[in-house]
Write a protein that binds this ligand. Structure first.
Ligand code: MRU
Length: 345
C-alpha cells in the first residue's frame, strides 16, 4: 500500500498508525491501527477523532484488512462494526460505504484500496478548498473564537474551521484566536492549543462560558466551528457547547460560521431533530482522565447527562463555509444546501 501521512494518522506502506490524541499534548504516542477491531476501539476512545478523520481512518483500516486476504465476508463484517463505532459524524458511514461500494459484488480488493486512498487525498483537497473560501470572510486584526478541535488532528489535511484560521494567519491577517477549552474532554485545551502553538498562531485559552464576555467587549469578532453532521435544512451537530456559542453569538451580533466539507452534509437527514447524538460515559463528566492519571471530583454516583454533541439550528448560522461554496443564512433557509452538494470540488 502507498505511504501517506497526516498530523494524526499515517500509513508507512505496510502498517497503519494513529497518533493517540488522548495522550496529547503531554506525549506523542503512535499506536498501530490497521486491524479494524483495533480501529473501532481507537475511534470509540477518541484516540483518533474528528468527523473527517474517523472516516479516513475507517476507510484505511478496511483497506489494510482487505489486503491481508481475509476474504470478502470478514471485511464486510468489519465494515459493519466500523460504521457503528460512533453514531453522529456522518463522514464515518459515508467513507465505509464508499470503500465497500468500490469493492463491488465481485469484491475487488484493489478497487477498495484505491477508494480508501482517494478518500484520504480528497480530504486533503477539501481542507484547502474550505480554507480558501472561509478566509474571504476574515478581516484584518479579528479576534476569532473556535470550539473543540477542527485542525490537522481532525482531518487528513489542514482542518476545517482551524484550516480557515490557519490560512488567515498565513495571509498575515494579524488574527488572535480564542480557544474554548471544550469540556468534558478538553479537545480545545489539549489539541487545538497544541496545534496553534506548533503553527505559531497567537491564541488565548478560555474556560467554556467565558466567550460571551469577550463577544460583548468586542474582542471576539468572528466564530469558526466544525460540524459532525449537517442536515438538509442546515441544522448541524457539533461538539457539545457549540449551541451555547451560537446563541451567545446571535445575542452579541457576532458572525457564526460552521466550516465543513460536503462529506459532513447528510441530505437524507431532514433536520437536526433526526441527527443521532452519541451519549458518552458518566465518568467523563464526573472527573477527568489524562497524562496526570485519573481524578473524580463529583460524588461517584452523581447522575450525569453527557451527550458528545449538540444541535445548532440553521437560523443561528450567519454563513456556512463548505468546500464548494459559502452559504448565507437566507440561502440556507431557501434550501440552497441541497443544490450545492452534488457539486463538490
Ligand atoms: O468528539 P470529537 O472530538 O470527535 O468531536 C469533534 C468535533 O465536534 C469537531 O468539531 C468536528 O468533528 C469537526 S472536525 C473537523
Amino acid at each position: 500500500m502507498r505511504a501517506v501521512e497526516a498530523l494524526g494518522l499515517r500509513h508507512d506502506g505496510e502498517r497503519l498508525w494513529i497518533l493517540d490524541q488522548t495522550a496529547l499534548p503531554a506525549r506523542e504516542v503512535w499506536l498501530e491501527a490497521g486491524p479494524p477491531d483495533l480501529m473501532v476501539e481507537h475511534i470509540q476512545r477518541l484516540r483518533v477523532r474528528g468527523a473527517p478523520l474517523i472516516g479516513v481512518a475507517a476507510a484505511l483500516s478496511l483497506a489494510w484488512h482487505a489486503e491481508q486476504s481475509v476474504g470478502a465476508g470478514a471485511v464486510r463484517d468489519s465494515a459493519v462494526r466500523l460504521r457503528a463505532a460512533r453514531p453522529t459524524a456522518v463522514n464515518l458511514m459515508l467513507a465505509v460505504d464508499r470503500v465497500m461500494r468500490a469493492a463491488g459484488p465481485a469484491f475487488d480488493v484493489d478497487a477498495l484500496i484505491g477508494e480508501a486512498y482517494a478518500i484520504f487525498d480528497e480530504d486533503v483537497n477539501l481542507c484547502q478548498a474550505m480554507a480558501a473560501r472561509g478566509v474571504s470572510l476574515v478581516a484584518e486584526g479579528e479576534g476569532i473564537l473556535t470550539h473543540c478541535n477542527t485542525g490537522g488532528l481532525a482531518t487528513a489535511g489542514i482542518g476545517t474551521a482551524l484550516g480557515v484560521i490557519r490560512r488567515a494567519h498565513e495571509l498575515g491577517r494579524r488574527i488572535h484566536v480564542y480557544v474554548d477549552e471544550t469540556r468534558p474532554l478538553l479537545q480545545g485545551a489539549r489539541l487545538t492549543a497544541w496545534e496553534l502553538g506548533r503553527l505559531g498562531i497567537p491564541y488565548t485559552l478560555l474556560a467554556d462560558g467565558m466567550a460571551p464576555i469577550l463577544m460583548r467587549d468586542g474582542r471576539i469578532t468572528r466564530i469558526f466551528v466544525g460540524a459532525d453532521r449537517i442536515a438538509r435544512n442546515g441544522d448541524l451537530a457539533n461538539k457539545v457547547g457549540t449551541y451555547a456559542v451560537a446563541v451567545a453569538a446571535r445575542h452579541h451580533a457576532v458572525p457564526f460560521h460552521p466550516v465543513a466539507p460536503w462529506t459532513t452534509v447528510d441530505l437524507s437527514c431532514p433536520d437536526g431533530g433526526h441527527i443521532p447524538i452519541e451519549q458518552r460515559a458518566s465518568e467523563e463528566v464526573r472527573g477527568a482522565r489524562g497524562s496526570f492519571g485519573a481524578v473524580e471530583w463529583s460524588p461517584s454516583d452523581a447522575p450525569v447527562f453527557n451527550p458528545a454533541f449538540d444541535v445548532t439550528p440553521a437560523h443561528l448560522v450567519s454563513a456556512l463555509v463548505l468546500d464548494c461554496g459559502v452559504v448565507a443564512a437566507d440561502a440556507l433557509a431557501r434550501g440552497e444546501l441541497a443544490r450545492l452538494i452534488g457539486q463538490p470540488v
